[in-house]
Design a binder for this molecule. Structure first.
Ligand SMILES: O=C(O)CCC(=O)C(=O)O
Ligand SMILES: [Fe+2]
Length: 318
């Protein structure tokens, strides 16, 4: 695990639109490591065309070991925000999430505290984990007033700003590729501190799961939440779409002893909450997963692992 790059604290914020662009805040290795976590464990996002990995999700699905790379990054970001906005020892982290913005994702003009249930948010930090122009097109962050008026994402850079309407912003549509960010929101209200929630999930998973599962390092099943993305009067199940992109298909058992299987394309929401198997071409693998999400997480994990090893191999062999 690599240490994050050292960077001087930003000067204290002044002006009507307090924001900072911190260049090279995260090392390339840290960006890659966070990307690895997201590829292994990302689930349906909070908006169409967005996939997210939140820390409570990692803690609740037995992936507590994958929280480690976030620990120093969160602390450094909190320090940077506190010194930029002169509020030392005043902030709690309210939300930490890896978010990938797939083709078609965008967000219109808004401030980050613009809903009654978001009023506790005081500051935002967005860390860019990959590069505009190289990894995707579109996805520029724009601010309505003040300077800088836009940010072109570069891996390792961070933008921090107040969550109120002095920093109204939007993100242009991603037109190609996938834009990856680590986003944190900070609050002054300890009732919204994310850490006690994480500790509670971590203690629940360590109490509930057998040690044999704990040592496997394979993600455990997540709760069967919403995976349906409405699209043009119809929609699709994100689990089916992602497993299909990886070259697999879901199959469900049609008998008690799991010997006969059928493709799980009809009525996926119902079927994917039950035990499933993965198929590739005409083959169906023996392993029975707890549900569709579990099968997706494991296939994503191995897919990323294999592409990651190939990348490392080609770097080493150059
Ligand atoms: O990813 C970005 O550049 C900004 C994201 C944003 O505005 C949000 O999630 O509220
Ligand atoms: Fe925002």
């Amino acid at each position: 695990m690599s240490a994050a790059a050292a960077s001087p604290p930003p000067p204290a914020a002044a002006g009507e639109h307090p924001r900072f662009h911190l260049r090279g805040f995260l090392s390339p290795e840290t960006c890659k490591e966070l990307e690895f976590v997201h590829r292994s464990c990302g689930t349906a996002g909070y908006r169409p065309s967005v996939v997210s990995t939140s820390l409570p999700h990692l803690a609740a699905t037995g992936c507590g070991h994958l929280l480690l790379p976030f620990v120093p990054v969160r602390e450094r970001l909190r320090d940077a925000v506190e010194s930029a906005f002169s509020c030392h020892f005043d902030l709690f982290i309210e939300f930490t999430g890896l978010i990938s913005w797939c083709k078609g994702a965008s967000i219109g003009w808004h401030s980050d505290d613009n809903k009654p249930y978001l009023r506790q948010r005081a500051f935002t930090a967005v860390c860019y984990l990959n590069d505009h122009g190289k990894d995707y097109k579109g996805g520029i962050l724009q601010f309505q007033d003040g300077e800088p008026s836009f940010i072109t994402p570069v891996a390792g850079d961070v933008v921090i700003y107040t969550a109120d309407n002095s920093n109204t912003h939007c993100v242009d549509e991603v037109t190609e590729g996938e834009r990856l960010t680590l986003t944190l929101w900070f609050t002054r209200d300890s009732a919204y501190d994310e850490d006690p929630k994480l500790l509670s999930f971590l203690s629940q998973t360590s109490l509930n799961y057998e040690p044999v599962h704990q040592s496997s390092y394979i993600p455990l099943p997540a709760s069967d939440i919403m995976y349906w993305f409405a699209y043009d009067h119809s929609g699709f199940d994100i689990r089916c779409a992602r497993v299909h992109i990886l070259g697999f298909s879901f199959h469900t058992s049609i008998d008690e002893d799991n010997k006969s299987v059928a493709p799980a394309e009809d009525d996926p929401i119902e079927l994917l909450g039950k035990p499933v198997r993965l198929g590739r071409g005409d083959d169906v693998f023996d392993k029975v997963f707890a549900n569709g999400l579990h099968a997706l997480q494991v296939s994503t994990y191995f897919h990323f692992l294999s592409s990651f090893s190939l990348q490392i191999m080609s770097i080493r062999l150059q």
